[in-house]
Design a binder for this molecule. Structure first.
Ligand code: NAD
Length: 435
């Protein structure tokens, strides 16, 4: 982990990026003012009875950033470093992500300060239920729809949905996505973030002339997003996964790692380290490996001014939210590394969450092929809109282009809703056209 990661405030980063895009789009300052503060932020305390009879009180948050395009939408993170600004940043990214994807949702995010690995299953269930009871007054399938994030999974979503259904006194499957398939979850949701990331990598490879067969890949983070992205790239595209890392360590094999076997190794041992046939490397060495594609799929602020100069990948596909700082973006752009930004590259998760919600609300469920085909169509459309703007304008990178696409969609929605008064453009004479 880069040593600076704690000092970097992700919310300040998002605000800076919104500022730049609002100015480039020549939009009224009101757009910046609205998008740089969440509409509502909730802090809650959650008393949980521990297995030894003691009581622990956890702190949780829910940030509802913007609902111009639809109900707030965003995951719930259980991590010991969760803090209010991180949750606010993650909720703003969700607003932008849904807007880039043309998914009819706003942005939200939740978090609880906890090391979930230290809790027993019973304690975890009581924490999930307690958190949902605490934020229930501001939840609902038409109001705010949570999902999993780091440290939470389908089981946690099932407990949370069950608790909310008790609160409402009827089953409300559409209040949470990422549920197990048995409880209204969508086929394909588990793989969706990674599959969406792979679709953007395929489009980027086509656009840049990179052949994916035998292309070399390094993946930071071997959880839901990283492990499945590695598996899909290996099995479906013939890529060679040279290295992967998780919080326990990183491993490297120049001949390529067998990802299926590695997933089994991780599920038995809890980490990728000591995988037979691979040698151990540091997290920094993994990021600096000679490879075609780097997939950061762990946490924020991993690629910084300190290490961006060492990155040799041609494409960085952001599976994680916020893995690259603005200084690192500038260094990577100068070195002609194509960064597929989080708000686009990891948007497959929220897109299939939207499909799950549509299926819950209609009571009719799709087969996995249908989910994947619809996902591919959405990812390719969004990639093309962003990539066209990136190619057309010489003054933005892919992240800048994605923010401009998102903010133009949001500004238009807010304008027609009447949130911006009579003017949307900074210069009333400006005839703004994005493409
Ligand atoms: P996860 O908890 O399943 O996996 C996180 C992985 O990162 C784990 O393997 C963990 O060991 C590893 N990790 C943690 N700290 C690390 C470090 N310092 N160095 C290397 N690895 C480290 O979480 P996830 O759901 O895979 O989410 C990963 C990222 O993707 C997060 O930024 C999340 O917000 C983002 N994301 C997830 C989804 C989703 O659908 N799960 C959707 C969009 C974005």
């Amino acid at each position: 982990m880069p040593s600076m990661s704690k000092e970097i405030n992700s919310f300040e980063i998002v605000k800076g990026l919104i500022d730049t895009s609002v100015k480039k789009l020549n939009l009224n300052r009101a757009v910046y003012d609205i998008l740089t503060e969440p509409q509502r932020v909730l802090t809650v305390t959650i008393p949980v009875q521990m297995d030894d009879g003691s009581l622990r009180v956890f702190t949780g948050y829910r940030s509802q950033h913007n609902n111009a395009l639809g109900p707030y939408k965003g995951g719930i993170r259980f991590h010991h470093e969760v803090n209010m600004d991180e949750v606010k940043a993650l909720s703003a990214w969700m607003t932008l992500k849904c807007a880039v994807m043309n998914v009819p949702y706003g942005g939200g995010k939740g978090g609880v300060i906890v090391n979930h690995k230290e809790l027993s299953p019973g304690e975890l269930e009581r924490l999930c239920r307690g958190y949902i009871r605490a934020i229930a007054p501001v939840l609902g399938s038409e109001i705010d729809v949570p999902a999993p994030d780091v440290g939470t999974n389908g089981q946690a979503m099932a407990w949370m949905m069950d608790e909310f259904s008790r609160y409402r006194n009827h089953n409300e499957f559409g209040v949470i996505t990422g549920k197990p398939v048995m409880l209204g979850g969508s086929l394909g949701r588990l793989e969706a973030t990674s599959r969406g990331c792979v679709f953007t990598i395929r489009e980027a490879a086509k656009a840049t002339g990179l052949k994916l067969k035998d292309a070399t890949v390094a993946v930071q983070g071997f959880g839901n997003v990283g492990a499945i992205a590695a598996r899909l790239l290996q099995q479906e595209d013939g890529c060679r996964i040279l290295a992967v890392g998780d919080s326990g360590g990183a491993i490297y094999n120049p001949r390529g790692l067998d990802i299926k076997a590695l997933e089994e190794h991780k599920s038995c041992t809890g980490s990728v380290k000591e995988f037979p046939g691979a040698r151990s490397v540091t997290g920094e060495e993994l990021l600096a490996l000679s490879c075609d594609i780097l997939v950061p799929a762990a946490l924020e602020n991993q690629i910084t001014a300190e290490n961006a100069g060492q990155i040799k990948a041609k494409i960085v596909a952001e599976g994680a939210n916020g893995p690259t700082t603005p200084e690192a973006d500038r260094i990577l752009a100068a070195r002609k590394v194509l960064v597929l930004p989080d708000v686009l590259a990891n948007a497959g998760g929220v897109t299939v969450s939207y499909f799950e919600w549509v299926q819950n609300n209609s009571g009719y469920y799709w087969c996995e092929d249908e989910v994947n085909q619809r996902l591919e169509r959405k990812m390719v459309e969004a990639f093309n809109e962003v990539f066209c703007l990136y190619q057309k304008r010489k003054d933005v990178d892919m992240r800048g282009a994605a923010y401009m696409v998102a903010i133009s969609h949001l500004a238009e929605a807010m304008r027609v809703r009447g949130w911006l008064g009579s003017q949307v453009y900074a210069d009333a004479k400006c005839d703004y056209k994005l493409a």
